[in-house]
Design a binder for this molecule. Structure first.
Ligand code: SF4
Ligand code: MSK
Length: 664
């Protein structure tokens, strides 16, 4: 008898998939099985840049001999394909950021009455990065200047560069300067990427990929960083908060409303609306015990990080959530929304509500977000979910599994937890790395993917990395994968982390896997790496740090943009799955060897999880060697520096009575 192939490495998800199969319901898992990728397109060897093609550059010695009708080589075609992916991913994050920047401007101008500036300290911090005077000025005036300055980053035409590049270590900036990849404006680099990849323009693969690095930098140090900072200003800089994860967050006697997608503006209003007494009474009038709000994908990460709203999980859980039969309504805005959820929702009572002016799905209810009547709209959504509660049938796969989660590890909080308000710094982390108690740091990012047992590679790497004393910073659906597996708690450190990492986690009172936010919050990893460089004792730039980025189950073009801005900033990056430029040895060489020589970053693709782990540890150990740090030996660490416990730190803070330095 052949063993049944599992589709998700998450037990609860697997149970729902099995229930769905037994009830004739098709999900992405089944579609992925049936729909095999075209090997030519998948490896980057297909060009459809013009109507003389599509040209498939295959055959014996394709790299040397194959040519498109126009004469384009395989390396040109593969590089162009990659640049277009980077441009699309950067556009998605940055368009989201533009919305946040205009909302901040509207708040400053008194035009978005339901929003306010929650974290003035963060506003001042950001004003400081932009050399905007804030002492003694009205908060709204500072906010207006900050928003206006950041909006300039999108459409800059003349001289100058994206503002936040200056937050990178000087040496990192010098590398960008030397190779001509300092991005000017977000929109400009994305438009130029589309121009260069049009038929008959840029044909030099290295030159094309240099623009890929520049375009991705507009995302990391532009769009994504702008979005993270403004979201913190408007809704609070995250600090540790308890939440729960998995399908058990849905409750049978409650109205279950889910916020799914990426933009937090409406979701934040819904968070406020569901606890209003009028709304709760309304839910009760429909026979429910109350209203239960949950999240999905990155909107979930945004509201979990700031309010402890529970998450039903990442990308591949969206159809499965509906299949619990318990979701009364789900709002979706932009990015990573499977259109399939609308068809599937018809088999249940679930209402799918599209809310972005940019995204509609045939068959869904469209309620377009309007920031001028944001709260009113949030109440309309909550009422719609309540009205639908009585329509709930008993069908669906009810799952009770859920796990505790600690989220909310912003840059500011990580800094604070290492010494309190007056002594906040990255010193203890750098010291622990220098002493070999922490071997290195990994950013575990990116999507979960139905083409592998979904969430499985995240789970494997998360546990193996902490076992090897590597501190993990997780984002996006990487965080959801860890959260729905019960990995985002401090107790996890006791059970699974290596001795050195465990000692540090216990002393500081943190989990070994820190949930730092949504996919735009990968920008927090850039600022954390910059702070580690500024602190001293490790590398004086991001390049050369014992740090690696991993996106083991990536699927979105946004993940490619993230991987490339990490690489351009100096981080070696390893993606799971087959390479989208596998066909070209030359493009692969540029992304790995050439980028490493120039920026100390690289982009690899490696389908074997064991090899991803091996490569990661090898990069970390080689960086330690180059930095002449103590050789890492498992369990052999010296507690040379006394780390402050949380109790000690609270005592010190009480004495000093400072502002905590973190949001809310
Ligand atoms: Fe073919 Fe060249 Fe047109 Fe691409 S641009 S489809 S390689 S002819
Ligand atoms: S939602 S981009 S599946 S991380 Fe940000 Fe998750 Fe990847 Fe979408």
């Amino acid at each position: 008898m052949t063993e049944k192939k599992i589709k998700s490495a998450n037990e609860a998800a697997e149970k729902i998939i099995e229930w769905g199969e037994a009830h004739d319901m098709v999900t992405c898992f089944e579609r992925a099985e049936k729909l095999k990728p075209c090997p030519i397109g998948a490896s980057g060897a297909c060009c459809k840049a013009c109507h003389m093609g599509p040209c498939r550059l295959v055959g014996k010695n394709a790299e040397e001999a194959a040519r498109g009708v126009c004469g384009a080589t395989l390396a040109t075609v593969a590089a162009r394909n990659l640049l277009r992916m980077i441009a699309a991913g950067s556009a998605a994050h940055s368009d989201h950021a533009r919305g946040m920047a205009y909302t901040l401007l509207a708040v400053a101008n008194g035009e978005a009455k339901d929003f306010r500036i929650t974290d003035v300290k963060k506003l001042y911090r950001v004003a400081g990065y932009l050399d905007i005077e804030f002492e003694g000025r009205e908060v709204n005036d500072v906010a207006r200047d900050v928003a206006t300055r950041l909006i300039e980053d999108f459409g800059r035409q003349g001289t100058g560069h994206v503002n936040f590049l200056s937050r990178a270590p000087e040496k990192t900036q010098k590398r960008w300067e030397k190779w001509g990849i300092k991005p000017r404006g977000v929109d400009r680099e994305i438009v130029e990427a589309m121009h260069r990849t049009c038929i008959g323009v840029d044909h030099d693969p290295d030159h094309i990929l240099l623009h890929g690095l520049r375009t991705a930098l507009t995302d990391g140090w532009g769009g994504s960083m702008i979005s993270t900072d403004i979201t913190d200003i408007l809704f609070g800089t995250p600090a540790p908060v308890k939440a729960e994860a998995s399908f058990g967050i849905f409750e049978e006697n409650m109205v279950n409303l889910v916020v799914h997608g990426h933009e937090p503006l409406l979701a934040e209003m819904i968070v406020a609306a569901v606890s209003e007494s009028g709304m709760v009474e309304y839910a009760k009038s429909k026979g429910a015990g109350g209203i239960n709000l949950g999240g999905m994908c990155c909107t979930a990460n945004e509201v979990l990080m700031r309010h402890g709203i529970p998450t039903a999980g990442g990308f591949t859980n969206q159809e499965l959530g509906i299949m619990t039969g318990l979701v009364d309504a789900i709002t979706v805005d932009v990015q990573c929304i499977m259109p399939a959820i609308v068809e599937l929702s018809k088999k249940f009572h679930t209402k799918v509500i599209t809310t972005s002016e940019k995204a509609m799905i045939p068959g869904a209810i469209h309620m377009e977000f309007d920031e001028e009547r944001a709260m009113e709209m949030a109440r309309d959504v909550v009422r719609l979910a309540c009205d639908n509660f009585p329509n709930r049938t008993t069908g669906g796969s009810h799952i009770t599994d859920k796990f505790p989660v600690i989220g909310g590890f912003s840059h500011e909080y990580i800094e604070y937890m290492q010494g309190g308000s007056w002594r906040a710094s990255f010193r203890p982390l750098n010291d622990a790395i220098m002493a070999g108690r922490i071997r290195g740091v990994v950013g575990l990012a990116g999507c979960d993917n139905p083409r592998v047992p979904s969430t499985g590679i995240h789970k494997f790497l998360a546990t193996e990395l902490i076992k090897h004393d590597v501190l993990v910073l997780s984002t996006g659906c990487g965080s959801a994968a860890c959260g729905t597996a019960g990995y985002l708690t401090p107790e996890m450190a006791l059970e699974n982390a290596g001795l050195g990492l465990r000692e540090v986690c216990e002393a500081i009172g943190i989990p070994p896997i820190l949930h730092v936010g949504s996919c735009v919050d990968n920008s927090r990893i850039l600022t954390i790496a910059s702070a580690m460089a500024a602190e001293g004792g490790l590398s004086d730039e991001i390049g050369g740090m014992p740090a690696v980025g991993i996106a083991p189950e990536w699927m979105s073009e946004k993940a490619i943009a993230i991987g490339v801005y990490f690489a351009a900033s100096g981080l070696p990056v390893i993606f799971g799955g087959e390479s989208p430029v596998e066909a070209s040895r030359e493009v692969t060489r540029i992304m790995t060897e050439v980028w490493f020589e120039r920026f100390m970053g690289a982009l690899h693709f490696e389908p074997d999880p064991e090899k991803i782990l091996e490569m990661t540890l090898d990069y970390i150990d080689k960086a330690r060697e180059r930095l002449k740090l103590r050789k890492y030996e498992p369990g052999k660490f010296a507690a040379e520096r006394v780390l402050l416990s949380m109790a000690d730190r609270r005592k010190l803070d009480k004495e000093a009575k400072p502002h905590l330095g973190v949001g809310g």
